[in-house]
Design a protein around this ligand. Structure first.
Ligand SMILES: NC(=O)c1ccc[n+]([C@@H]2O[C@H](COP(=O)([O-])OP(=O)(O)OC[C@H]3O[C@@H](n4cnc5c(N)ncnc54)[C@H](OP(=O)(O)O)[C@@H]3O)[C@@H](O)[C@H]2O)c1
Length: 278
């Protein structure tokens, strides 16, 4: 599994593990935690969760998965925008730390932009960082104008990532946000990289490439995202076969011809568009 270097020099696995829908009763918590542990063993040591997921239940499943191996994992969680104030952030962080059963969060993200000024959110993140409760902070679902504004606030340049929707069906960020973030050395953390396991995986272009690589469409979608050196991909999988497949996607190298096939099926953006989000 290759690694991506964050602005503070920390190296994280290029493929991590998402946790949306975990802790919501689809499977047992034990099965979900086992799947995350399998993923860690296969090198997907970055885990992405949020206070929102399962109303905190996903963080509790993550706690089960990382018990006894906290130091192997790079733990990412997110704060709701309505909690992202000077007083709300420390309280939300305390709750997440308790559910995650850990002393610190590696990376704490603003889940999306709300009504709290970015300067206030960043100041609160920085206070948590100085207290050792988080090691780094970042954002999610911020568009280019938001990102430019972020860099104008005190300590805003310490932003570690922007986590946004990115897969072949949603590639608008290639026009402006992705190049801007590359220039500013802020990696993109790509969410829903396999289109939530839906229509994207049935697309004939991905199926043809999958056949050519003795792979699956999901693996092709993940490998496609990882062609860019500033992208971290965080597929969610609770089926152990999916976990194994996702980790193995790190070994797939798409050719220029493969990439052209994907461009023909999913046109790259020709102009700026508003940021897609789920
Ligand atoms: N910041 C944000 O606003 C935001 C928004 C959305 C998502 N996220 C984060 O990004 C993560 C990933 O996004 P996502 O969960 O929306 O969608 P996703 O990872 O694109 O797709 C997850 C779905 O695909 C299935 N799947 C996983 N691996 C597969 C494989 N190899 N072959 C076939 N199907 C496979 C999973 O099934 P099984 O579980 O049954 O294996 C699950 O139903 C989330 O879990 C969350 O951590 C963040």
């Amino acid at each position: 599994m290759h690694q991506i270097t964050l602005p503070d020099g920390t190296r994280v696995s290029a493929i991590g593990q998402g946790t949306w829908k975990i802790g919501e009763g689809g499977r047992t918590a034990k099965a979900e935690a086992d799947a995350l542990r399998l993923g860690i063993d296969l090198g997907m040591t970055l885990i992405d969760t949020a206070e929102m997921y399962g109303d905190g239940a996903a963080e509790e499943v993550v706690a089960q998965a990382i018990a006894g191996q906290r130091n192997r994992v790079y733990l990412v969680t997110k704060v709701y925008p309505q909690n992202a104030s000077r007083t709300g952030i420390p309280a939300a962080c305390t709750r997440s730390l308790k559910r995650l059963n850990t002393e610190f969060i590696d990376l704490y993200l603003l889940h999306w932009r709300g009504g709290v000024p970015l300067a206030e959110t960043v100041a609160a993140f920085e206070t948590l960082r100085h207290q050792g409760k988080i090691r780094a902070w970042g954002v999610s679902n911020l568009d280019p104008a938001d990102m430019r504004e972020l860099l104008t606030v005190t300590a805003g340049a310490a932003c570690a990532v922007n986590q946004v929707l990115y897969n072949p069906e949603h590639r608008g960020i290639e026009f402006d946000l992705l190049p801007w973030q590359s220039t500013h050395n802020i990696p993109v953390m790509a969410y829903s990289p396999i289109g939530q396991g839906g229509r994207l995986l049935r697309h004939p272009a991905l199926a043809a490439l999958a056949a050519r690589h003795s792979a699956t469409p999901a693996q092709i979608a993940i490998a496609w995202g990882l062609r860019h050196p500033h992208i971290i991909s965080i597929p969610k999988a609770s089926d152990p076969a999916h976990v194994r497949a996702n980790a193995a996607a790190a070994d797939i190298v798409l050719t220029a011809q493969d990439l052209a096939t994907i461009d023909a099926a999913f046109a790259p953006p020709k102009r700026a568009t508003s940021l897609d989000m789920l």
